[in-house]
Design a protein around this ligand. Structure first.
Ligand code: 4NP
Length: 147
């Protein structure tokens, strides 16, 4: 799960998806395309909305997406257009390019909708992001072995 800072959207996506699939079956992680917040905990507003739905994301620490992630992951979900462009520029071949998907295409196929960046907004923005990601992760989880 990849966003810009790895403190708002992608930590939520990681926590939500991991809550729906067995850790034995699927390894879920998140990263940011920018390094501003490397080593930081998720944003308190993401922590709060996750906690509200019974998910603890406080064990996560922000890291930057690297080209090695193409070796370690089968699917790479971008939260928005700009993350997507950034990641595909790092792809070394067609196979890697094809691993990159827009996460909301799970709920709205082929639309390339972006998860809005809630960083500069109000806490309702985090609730909205949670709901979008929860729906997308339901579909992703159904493709694996659900807990
Ligand atoms: P995220 O949100 O990409 O969902 O983690 C942001 C976090 C930090 C910044 C922008 C977006 N920032 O500009 O520091």
């Amino acid at each position: 799960m990849v966003c810009l800072g790895n403190i708002c959207r992608s930590p939520l996506a990681e926590g939500i998806l991991q809550s729906k699939v067995s850790t034995d079956a699927v390894f879920v992680d998140s990263a940011g395309t920018a390094a501003y917040h490397v080593g930081n905990l998720p944003d308190e507003r993401s922590v709060e909305v996750a906690r509200k739905y019974g998910i603890d994301i406080t064990t996560q620490k922000a890291r930057k997406f690297t080209v090695k992630d193409f070796d370690n992951f089968d699917v790479i979900y971008a939260m928005d257009d700009s993350n997507y462009q950034h990641i595909i520029l790092l792809a070394r071949n067609t196979e890697e390019h094809q691993k990159v998907k827009m996460v909301l295409n799970e709920t709205q196929p082929d639309q390339n909708f972006s998860v809005p960046d809630p960083y500069y907004g109000e806490s309702q923005g985090f609730e909205k992001v949670y709901k979008m990601l929860n729906e997308a992760c339901d579909i992703i989880a159904n493709n694996f072995i659900r807990k």
